[in-house]
Design a protein around this ligand. Structure first.
Ligand code: NAD
Length: 480
């Protein structure tokens, strides 16, 4: 039975606003299934949303923090209660498996609940003054209106981990989600409206990079938080700097997983399988570079290859699927093109999974390569698909040097039973997040998230770190 297509409109000042032209979002597991139709936002739509946000923000900021906490808490409860319905819609639109779709929805609910509490925890400091009779103190206040620009690969968790702290601390928001996954953000809009969000505080403008650029360049936006590709993030950071706007960019990754001779083989293989292939490799924290010392190399390749060959690729919502499709034709073409690139670079195919025989979606067989050398393109470029390569190294020093041999620095992992090597890796890894005996992907929602080097720009996201970006500090001196 065909599933309904949702007609989406922008959410501007509490009103649903339709557009002149629309874009369909398509189920990547079944290209005949149109999941949603959303308007292509214009600079005029962005302008209307920013002015609604600007108008609504002062009252929201001056409301009791309990008011903001209550709305976010209610939204968390609604999301959690509807997870059984929203999770499968996420899988239908984005292509991750049913368990991953449910997991992401629950994560969004928990992030919302966390920031409901954070609304009450904004605190400052008092300091003794060097001048008699004076008191000095600092406090944190809302910044104003934030533009949030999000990618398709975590279509509800990323919008929530940007919007929830912005809202908790008294800011208003205009969110521009990925054109490939509008449905989940439309649902988020419904949930926040039902939870009692005042009109104009949370706005959504759908569309392409054109709407995103209009948001970045709007004179009444105080800050931009972006997650997406390197190229787009760099351009936004430059534009924001020229306008003295706050800017926070979370971009690509080419994350290493180091496997040392002393590793527990089962743990190492499980970390690599999850980190490189789950969520179809479409995670910024995916470990596409497996750096393995020579003593364990052959056993590791053999064990991982047999797991990769057994991975079940298929419809995101089908029982037993472990690897869903990639998101769209562009990703399908890009990821597929690396097969020829790997071959011409001289990498050796060690294992390939089986895509489903029916060709209804953007299915790609997971692929594992060996014989990787540092300069190969598959070792340097973010592929963002179920593809990983193994680089064999002679010793720990070489392994650590290889791990850091990248312009990116989001997450870095190590499999080892040596406390000494684990400690050394934690201090030497040039990455914003380090995982020991864990996949490079997979993080807690109450812990700061973000990378180093060209993976990220600006303060970290989530948890207590979010205050740094979504509030500004004021210093007061008082003569008593
Ligand atoms: P993308 O850069 O193509 O798009 C991201 C968002 O930016 C979309 O909403 C898009 O419409 C918008 N956009 C495009 N051009 C724009 C412009 N000129 N001005 C303003 N907005 C513009 O990225 P994507 O393909 O949606 O996402 C995949 C990328 O996201 C990967 O590189 C991945 O590593 C990265 N990512 C990073 C993190 C992280 O936290 N570091 C998390 C998830 C995804």
């Amino acid at each position: 039975m065909s599933q309904p297509t949702r007609q989406i409109g922008h959410l501007i000042g509490g009103q649903i606003v339709t557009g002149q032209t629309n874009l369909d979002s398509v189920n990547p597991s079944d290209l005949s299934d149109i999941v949603a139709t959303a308007p292509i936002g214009t600079a005029g739509d962005v302008d209307a949303a920013v002015s609604a946000a600007r108008q609504a923000q002062p009252a929201w900021a001056s409301a009791s923090p309990e008011v903001r906490a209550d709305v976010l808490d209610k939204a968390s409860q609604i999301l959690a209660a509807r997870a059984g319905e929203i999770g499968p819609l996420l899988s239908r639109e984005e292509g991750k498996t049913k368990a991953e779709g449910m997991g992401e929805t629950m994560r969004a609910a928990r992030i919302m609940r966390y920031f409901a509490g954070e609304a009450l925890r904004l605190h400052g400091q008092t300091l003794p003054s060097t001048r008699p009779g004076l008191r000095a103190s600092t406090r944190r206040e809302a910044v104003g209106v934030f533009g949030l620009i999000t990618p398709w690969n975590f279509p509800i968790a990323i919008p929530v981990w940007k919007a929830a702290p912005a809202l908790a601390f008294g800011n208003a928001v205009v969110l521009k989600p990925s054109e490939y996954t509008p449905l989940l953000v439309a649902i988020l809009g419904d949930v926040l409206t039902e939870a009692g969000m005042p009109e104009g505080v949370f706005n959504i403008v759908y569309g392409t990079g054109e709407a995103g650029a209009a948001l970045v360049n709007h004179k009444d936006i105080d800050g931009i938080s972006f997650t997406g590709s390197q190229m787009t993030g760099e351009a936004i950071a430059q534009a924001a700097a020229g306008q003295q706007k706050r800017a926070q960019m979370e971009m690509g990754g080419k994350n290493p997983l180091v496997v040392l001779d002393d590793a527990d083989l089962d743990i190492a293989v499980a970390c690599a399988l999850d980190g490189a292939f789950f969520s179809t490799g479409q995670r910024c924290t995916a470990s596409s570079r497996l750096i393995v010392t020579s003593g364990i190399h052959d056993a590791f390749v053999e064990a991982l290859a047999s797991k990769v060959e057994a991975l079940k690729v298929g419809d995101a919502l089908a029982e037993g699927t472990q690897i869903g499709p990639v998101i769209n034709q562009a990703q399908f073409d890009k990821v597929s093109s690396y097969e020829a690139v790997a071959q011409s670079d001289g990498a050796k195919l060690a294992a390939a999974g089986q895509p489903p025989s029916s060709d209804t979606g953007y299915y790609i067989a997971p692929r594992l390569y060996t014989g990787i050398t540092p300069d190969m393109r598959i070792n340097r470029e973010e592929i963002f698909g179920p593809v990983a390569g193994i680089q064999k190294v002679d010793n720990v020093d070489e392994a650590f040097a290889a791990a850091n041999d990248t312009e990116m620095g989001l997450s870095a992992g190590i499999a080892t039973t040596s406390l000494t090597h684990a400690e050394r890796f934690q201090s030497e890894a040039q990455a914003g997040m380090v995982m020991v005996n864990l996949p490079t992907a997979g993080v807690d929602y109450h812990v700061p998230f973000g990378g180093w080097k060209s993976s990220s720009f600006g303060p970290k996201e989530q948890a207590f770190a979010a205050q740094d970006f979504y509030t500004r500090s004021k210093t007061s001196y008082v003569r008593a």
